[in-house]
Design a protein around this ligand. Structure first.
Ligand code: PLP
Length: 286
């Protein structure tokens, strides 16, 4: 596999970052993950717009111009022969002697881009089965709207899910409402067939897949309501599902061991998943 690291393409085994890269020492960086489906980079514009916002919120510079980054992403995808899979990019504040404050002499932000192949048949099989979810108390900082590489609470939440034999963990506020998953946005389908997902304020990451699923829902004539919902409401919902670039639309079949509806993936999640690709492949790339 080939990765791009700060101006060069290298085999993964030779692709290294400096020990004083601020991403490595301080998690001082941001990232994006885009889905690649049938050779299309899904929602590339949305992902790079969000990258721009994350960088601005953290007062970081683009490592290269946006057009150059698009070129590098396509080149990494091409060199790895990825037709279906994902492309990962990470920007850190650069290399400087370790200090919490920003470097006083200007340094170039550092860029890493990788890509990997994924089997769409395996993903479809997973979606047929659905996933199980546990809930964990929200313990992240207040700026989870920024897609930073500081993911330790998400790592621990996901591991708690794995330890419990589940696949995802939902962060829950003290008032009992669901925030989002460790790497997914959370949705439910109400008895009348409408979709509910939490408003994308500072409390969750504004998922790019979430936004596209809203458009897909509109195309399918489904109503979408942005409001908080409780764990109990999700457990007794008609359906539940999560969205992300890597999982697209993934049905949730149980929450904290309680089956959602009959414990099998529902028809709304399935139709959203099917309609997603047709619509997403037409959305503007860059
Ligand atoms: N929420 C969190 C915490 C995430 O890490 C992610 C993706 O990594 C998402 C939601 C889904 O966002 P997207 O649809 O842009 O992949």
């Amino acid at each position: 596999r080939i990765a791009y690291v700060n101006g060069r393409y290298a085999n993964h085994s030779d692709a290294m970052v400096h020990v004083e890269d601020r991403g490595y020492q301080l998690a001082d960086g941001v990232y994006e993950v885009c889905e690649i489906s049938r050779g299309f980079i899904i929602d590339m514009k949305g992902h790079l717009d969000r990258l721009d916002r994350s960088l601005r919120e953290l007062r970081m510079d683009w490592p290269v111009e946006r057009g150059a980054l698009e070129f590098i992403m396509r080149e990494v995808i091409r060199r790895n022969h990825v037709h279906n899979g994902m492309v990962y990019l990470q920007v850190t504040r650069g290399v400087a002697p370790r200090d919490h404050a920003f470097p006083t002499t200007p340094v170039r932000s550092a860029l890493v881009v990788t890509a990997k192949r994924m089997d769409p048949k395996a993903a479809a099989k997973k979606a047929e089965k659905g996933m199980t979810v546990i809930t964990v108390p929200e313990n992240r900082w207040e700026r989870v709207d920024i897609k930073t590489i500081g993911l330790l609470p998400n790592v621990l939440a996901r591991q708690a899910a794995v330890d419990a034999g589940a696949q995802e963990a939902w962060f829950v506020d003290p008032d009992g409402t669901v925030k989002e998953g460790a790497s997914t946005n959370a949705w439910i389908v109400t008895a009348d067939g409408g979709l509910v997902t939490r408003p994308a304020d500072f409390g969750i990451l504004r998922g790019i897949t979430r936004a596209t699923v809203m458009k897909v829902a509109d195309d399918l004539g489904l109503k979408v309501e942005e409001r908080a919902f409780s764990v109990e409401e999700a457990q007794s919902a008609r359906e539940a599902f999560v969205t992300s670039a890597t999982s697209v639309v993934m049905p949730v079949v149980s929450i904290d061991g309680k089956p959602v509806a009959n414990g099998h993936p529902g028809t709304v999640a399935r139709s959203l998943r099917e309609a997603f690709f047709a619509i997403a492949e037409k959305s503007p790339s860059c």
